[in-house]
Write a protein that binds this ligand. Structure first.
Ligand code: URA
Length: 437
């Protein structure tokens, strides 16, 4: 980078829609992470990207620079292709809990870094902490040994993974620049790359409970991430899936663990079963165990049927210090004091659900956090008895609240009004919209 180039020149260039040089993007990330560029200039740059976008090359360089801004996990001492998975997030999405054991049961190593959640329910780490005593903090050697022994380990994110993304994300959050495809794509992909992924399966959600509200935006985001993956030599596949209603029947940490275990036994609800098999099959293909998606699906269905996936879940929970007995005896998982029905005040077919509102209702019960300091109550959440396309009589239960407080009238109201009805029969939305290779 020439000493003469200044941040203001980079901002102006992007503002005018010109393509940045690799050296300019790398310089920006390095200097901003190092605290040598003020937030007001970084904010102006982000706004310019928001309006002018980025080329595929720019987004790939941004991703690679952000991945290199802090620690990068070296997983080379784990044998096999390390396939990571990422979901852009939704309500009731417990697929990581399911995919880990499914894929590890095929002897594909799963070395997963996961976060705590902000919002409707906890992240994967919070869900796992439903198992009392389960550890998610490991040094690098312990983590690698766990994966080599059990083929599956899940760890909390290391302190210094992608510091550039942490700083930029916080700035985007307060400058109205979160919703930019190249910025989201580079943020997500930089974390996967720093976490040591050889290959990546993405679940990009669209709908009333997702970041992306429609298929067009979800497709653009999926394509941007797949292109970044390819540019950086990581085989990447994205499945675009529906989030117009919560996934499965449960929202809340222990409740989602229970549903995940039932799915591993082959007894899960149809939507979670299907999405898990589809995503796990892609992981099996990228991990080199299956020649194609169809073979991957057969192998995954087999480990559900023959008990290997469930055995892998038990081994994984035990390996991280949790009690594997809870996997067999789900009634021992934390349970809320009250189960309160939300009855319908209308009759008809469920036509739509305000999925984000259901997520917020679960958070109010204590299943999620408003701030990172909030404590999660693992036992609480929402059980959905009706979903899109179901017929409901007036007075019939729509959902049950699992609560540790008796008076939850506000939450009852939120859940009730999250359901919209029609008189005509309606089909549920298709679960998978498209797959981007
Ligand atoms: N999730 C991320 O990790 N980054 C974004 O920018 C948006 C969602």
């Amino acid at each position: 980078m020439q000493a003469a180039v200044r941040m203001v020149d980079i901002i102006t260039k992007k503002r005018d829609g010109e393509e940045l040089e690799e050296s300019e993007v790398r310089w920006f990330i390095q200097e901003y992470t190092g605290g040598r560029i003020p937030d007001y200039q970084a904010a102006a740059f982000l706004m310019a990207v928001y309006f002018k976008g980025m080329t595929q090359d720019e987004a790939a360089v941004l991703t690679s620079a952000m991945a290199a801004s802090g620690d990068c996990l070296d997983l080379s001492s784990i044998q096999g292709v390390k396939v990571d998975k990422h979901s852009t997030g939704g309500v009731g999405d417990k697929t990581t809990l399911i995919l880990g054991p499914l894929v590890a049961a095929l002897d594909i190593p799963v070395a997963k870094m996961s976060g705590r959640g902000l919002g409707h329910t906890g992240g994967t780490i919070d869900k796992l902490e439903t198992f009392a005593g389960l550890r998610t903090e490991f040094n690098h050697q312990e983590f690698v040994e766990l994966v080599n022994r059990n083929k599956l380990a899940v760890a909390g994110q290391s302190g210094n993974l992608t510091p550039a993304d942490k700083k930029l994300y916080a700035l985007r959050d307060v400058t109205g620049t979160v919703n930019s495809i190249p910025l989201i794509a580079s943020s997500v992909m930089s974390k996967k790359i720093a976490a040591g992924a050889d290959a990546i399966v993405l679940d990009v959600k669209y709908g009333s409970g997702a970041f992306m509200k429609d298929t067009a935006d979800a497709k653009q985001l999926a394509e941007a991430m797949v292109e970044i993956g390819c540019s950086l030599d990581r085989h990447t596949v994205a499945v675009i899936s529906n989030m117009d209603q919560p996934l499965g029947s449960f929202v809340g940490n222990a409740l989602e663990v229970k549903e995940a275990v039932e799915t591993l036994r082959g007894e899960g609800p149809a939507d979670i079963h299907e999405l898990s098999v589809e995503l796990a099959a892609h992981m099996a293909v990228l991990g080199g165990r299956a020649a194609d998606q169809q073979e991957g699906r057969c192998l995954i269905e087999e480990v559900m049927k023959n008990g290997k996936a469930l055995a892998k879940m038990k081994q994984f929970i035990e390996g991280q210090g949790g009690d594997p007995k809870l996997v067999e005896q789900l009634e021992l998982l934390p349970k809320a004091a009250y189960e309160i029905e939300v009855t319908s005040t209308s009759a008809g077919y469920v036509k739509a659900m305000h999925t984000a509102a259901i997520g917020r209702a679960a958070m109010v019960l204590g299943a999620g956090r408003r701030t990172l300091e909030d404590r999660i109550d693992h036992s609480v959440g929402i059980e959905l008895h009706k979903k899109i396309g179901d017929y409901v009589e007036e007075g019939e239960p729509l959902a049950s609240l699992h609560s540790n407080e008796a008076d939850v009238s506000e939450v009852i109201n939120t859940v009730r009004t999250a359901y919209l009805f029609t008189d005509t029969k309606i089909a549920p939305p298709p679960l998978i919209f498209a797959t981007i290779h």
